[in-house]
Design a protein around this ligand. Structure first.
Ligand code: MRU
Length: 349
């Protein structure tokens, strides 16, 4: 399955809203439809929306009628703003847009700028692919020979358009290495990324798993039935605070209470040195209907008010380690994250 693919004059996106019932694809022929696919969760997951946004800018470069370099760059910046506004929490989105626009800006004429935008969007996708494979290998070394792993949301290839994903890549690599891994899959209300997407992917990969309601985590941990929690991230602040799917924070509190390690797996594109702490991360609020009527089926009386924050922030103190493609970072995170990003920071790789 390829969740996001560059097709030269279009971006092909697997419509994840329809999974696991139907495998349908969207052909996005302009930047507006790429932004719409990101906003509506047809494509979701931090690295995947970064890659899709990079391709969105490349699409604008290929299709814009601009005749001068300046005109094209203005069009790319407009496209970039639209893509970034589609979802505010995952930093991979502005990161990828920034890289593609910067690459085009460095070109000397309009044709070279078009080529540079496409080449950089493809390079972003390639870089995330390599990062996912490296994280999987580094992370699987932390998984015991026999392990019950609890995970939240979806962190597989669907969420990354790369490798076998972030946290899920770690679990799969441990399974492939012959470890006896069993995964507790949180269903992940309200959008059900766990039951619709993670269960679908793990089943296809042959990884033993059991689906549970989000509220089962406490009972499982209290009963000694969870050896470790592995999750992904949408933005990691400079101090190691982690924004991830709503519900991650309560899992982290439970894990700390029960002495269960909690690992965060994320590529360096998810680390945001410009965001000092988790308090500075903007948490996306989505439509209340995702809570009151998931998939259009009423779950609450008509007119029930509902709040729908899509992410929460887990304080760095509750995170055992952060697995990145450049190494496993342990507390203190501020210096550890700075070290793996290098003195040139995330952008200047
Ligand atoms: O709202 P989503 O489905 O885009 O949220 C995705 C997550 O929270 C993932 O856990 C996260 O992106 C990290 S793993 C790719």
């Amino acid at each position: 399955v390829n969740p996001v693919a560059w097709e030269g004059e279009a971006v092909r996106i697997l419509d994840q809203r329809k999974l696991p019932v139907e495998e349908a694809y969207l052909e996005c022929r302009d930047v507006e439809s790429v932004a719409d696919a990101i906003r509506s969760l047809a494509v979701r997951g931090a690295p995947a929306i970064g890659i899709a946004a990079g391709f969105g800018v490349a699409l604008a470069a290929v299709r814009a009628p601009a005749r001068s370099r300046g005109e094209l760059l203005r069009e790319l910046r407009r496209a970039g703003r639209m893509l970034i506004a589609a979802r505010p929490t995952a930093v991979n989105l502005p990161w990828a847009v920034g890289r593609v626009v910067e690459a085009a800006s460095a070109a000397s004429d309009v044709d070279a700028a078009r080529e540079a935008a496409v080449a950089e969007a493809l390079a972003v996708a390639g870089r995330e692919d390599e990062a996912c494979l490296l994280m999987a290998e580094l992370g699987q070394a932390l998984v015991p020979e026999k392990a019950n792993v609890l995970t939240h949301c979806n962190t597989g290839r669907l969420a990354c358009a790369a490798g076998f994903g972030t946290a899920q890549g770690v679990m799969y690599a441990a399974h492939r290495a012959g470890k006896r891994v069993h995964v507790w899959v949180d269903e992940t209300r309200p959008v059900l990324q766990g039951s619709r997407l993670t269960a679908w992917e793990l089943q296809r990969l042959g990884v033993p798993m059991t689906l549970v309601a989000d509220s089962a985590a406490g009972l499982l941990m209290a009963g000694g039935r969870v050896d470790l929690v592995i999750v992904g991230a949408d933005r990691i602040a400079a101090n190691g605070d982690v924004a991830n799917k709503i519900g991650t924070y309560q899992l982290a509190v439970l894990a700390a209470h029960h002495g269960v390690p909690l690992y965060v797996t994320a590529p360096t594109s998810t680390i945001d040195p410009a965001t000092p702490t988790g308090r500075d991360i903007l948490i996306e609020e989505r439509a209340p209907e995702e809570v009151t009527a998931p998939g259009g089926v009423p779950f609450a009386p008509a007119g029930t008010p509902a709040l729908n924050p899509a992410f929460d922030v887990t304080p760095a103190a509750l995170v055992t380690a952060i697995i990145t493609e450049r190494g496993v970072v342990r507390p203190p995170y501020r210096s550890g994250l700075r070290r793996i990003l290098g003195h040139r920071g995330r952008r200047g790789e």
